[in-house]
Design a protein around this ligand. Structure first.
Ligand code: GUN
Ligand code: ZN
Length: 436
């Protein structure tokens, strides 16, 4: 058994996200390894009461004392591209030129085993350094890229969900996969990696415009045959992209409907962006149990548009936050939460007079931890510190910079403390990341 004494932040599953954060200024977190070697939370609560009980039951227990620090759930990044680390900060007039001029040329480099291993090592270290302990990741269209990411994640104990990027058209030579081989490779990778340690596989059609109907059909058949495997793709990010998808699949009722038509809209399916949706799309997402990965830094950087938090919630859609590196501009969950706040504040176009929303700090934090975990179908497994959750947590220093020390020192409520961290925080706040 391990014991950690610090301020503790976690989420009470019974309350509304905007009010569900729990904070114990002097707390104790107890963890223990399960038969599978994964360390999990045993108890979380006030130091005084837990310690009094433990003193008698576990007299030899050593407690890791972390004065002035906050232990919080490890962050869950619902959508990130590992082959795009070196695409970050590439300017373009929107998504499609960005893909063609920067992203596809960079992803072509992942034919090389050594390149994959080098970038995977860097990428996993960077996620952990920023406090991310679960990530749903795109690999490239090369099997080697998937092998490298899973191998590195297994070694570092990061919980990664990933898969071979399916793209058999409208991509350059060297990045396009052969249709049938890509499906054979996907199935072999599922058998090799899904459920190994904490890893999960995601069937990964890049987006409808990069896949032939036969490739989407094959992906959908695999999604039916392997119901506990995830699906990940992109939808309704950019107006030119949507026009193109509608031209390529005119028989579908909408861009999102194309995925539904091929059996790719179901629980454990995660669609990045979901910006330019109508009510029918939101209802389809909600009924199918699919989830949206909201990528605010990417959407602001590429000028894609603004996710509608209010309508998504009203429709009962599941969603959570994501960096979408390299369209996204930061690995830091703090930057992503702040960008989500900016996006929420936007008065949305097409609805005159409709004001933006002010997402509460607790809700923003929840959407990047327990809420994102729930959207991935991993509630009670990651993203929280309730008993039974994997012991994935960050040790935060609220005094990491002079300005943070001043602002957090004056916080009069939990919301004020969390908001100071969201607005002023970044990787400097993350003292340490502990996984499993
Ligand atoms: N749509 C298809 N591929 C991509 C990608 O790599 N990034 C983003 N943001 N959107 C996409
Ligand atoms: Zn993406």
């Amino acid at each position: 058994m391990k014991a950690w004494r610090a301020s503790l932040l976690w989420f009470d599953g019974s309350a509304e996200p905007a009010r569900s954060a729990r904070y114990e200024a002097d707390g104790l977190l107890l963890t223990d390894a399960g038969p599978d070697g994964v360390e999990r939370v045993l108890e979380v609560g006030a130091y005084q009461s837990l310690y009094l009980r433990l003193r008698d039951q576990q007299p030899g227990l050593t407690i890791t004392e972390l004065p002035g620090r906050i232990i919080a759930p490890g962050f869950v990044d619902m959508h990130i591209h590992y082959p795009q680390v070196d695409v970050m900060g590439s300017p373009a007039d929107g998504l499609l030129p960005w893909l063609e001029n920067y992203t596809f040329p960079e992803e072509k480099k992942f034919f090389s085993d050594s390149h994959c291993a080098n970038v995977a090592t860097f990428f996993v270290a960077e996620l952990l350094r920023h406090g991310v302990t679960t990530a749903m990741c795109f690999a490239s269209a090369h099997v080697a890229s998937v092998q490298a990411l899973f191998a590195q994640s297994l070694a570092s104990r990061l919980r990664v969900i990933s898969g071979l990027c399916l793209m058999d058209r409208h991509a350059p030579e060297g990045l396009r996969n052969d249709t049938e081989q890509s499906l054979v490779d996907t199935e072999a990778l599922i058998e090799q990696w899904h459920g190994k340690g904490r890893l999960g596989y995601a069937i990964t059609p890049r987006f409808a415009p990069s896949c032939t109907p036969r490739q989407l059909q094959g992906a959908g058949e695999l999604a039916t045959r392997y119901p506990d495997v995830w699906v990940q793709s992109h939808v309704a990010e950019n107006l030119d992209e949507i026009r193109w998808a509608r031209e390529l699949f005119p028989a579908s009722g909408s861009y999102l409907g194309t995925y539904a038509d091929f059996g790719l809209l179901r629980q454990r399916a995660v669609y990045a962006h979901c910006i330019h949706f109508d009510d029918a799309d939101r209802a389809l997402m909600s009924q199918s149990g699919a989830a949206a990965a909201v990528c605010p830094t990417s959407n602001l950087f590429l000028g894609s548009g603004f996710f509608d938090f209010a309508l998504a919630s009203a429709a009962g859609m599941q969603y959570g936050l994501a960096s979408d590196v390299g369209g996204g501009t930061s690995f830091s969950p703090f930057h992503t939460m702040l960008a989500a706040y900016y996006v929420g504040r936007q008065a949305l176009p097409g609805t005159p007079g409709r004001a933006g929303v002010s997402l509460s700090p607790q809700e923003l934090w929840w959407q990047h931890t327990a809420g994102a975990a729930a959207a991935l179908g991993l509630a009670g497994v990651v993203g929280n510190l309730l008993p039974g959750c994997d012991a994935d947590f960050v040790v935060l220093n609220p005094q990491a910079t002079p300005l943070l020390a001043s602002r957090t020192g004056q916080a009069r409520s939990l919301d004020e403390l969390l908001f100071a961290l969201i607005v002023l925080g970044d990787d400097r706040v993350v003292d340490r990341t502990v996984v499993a």
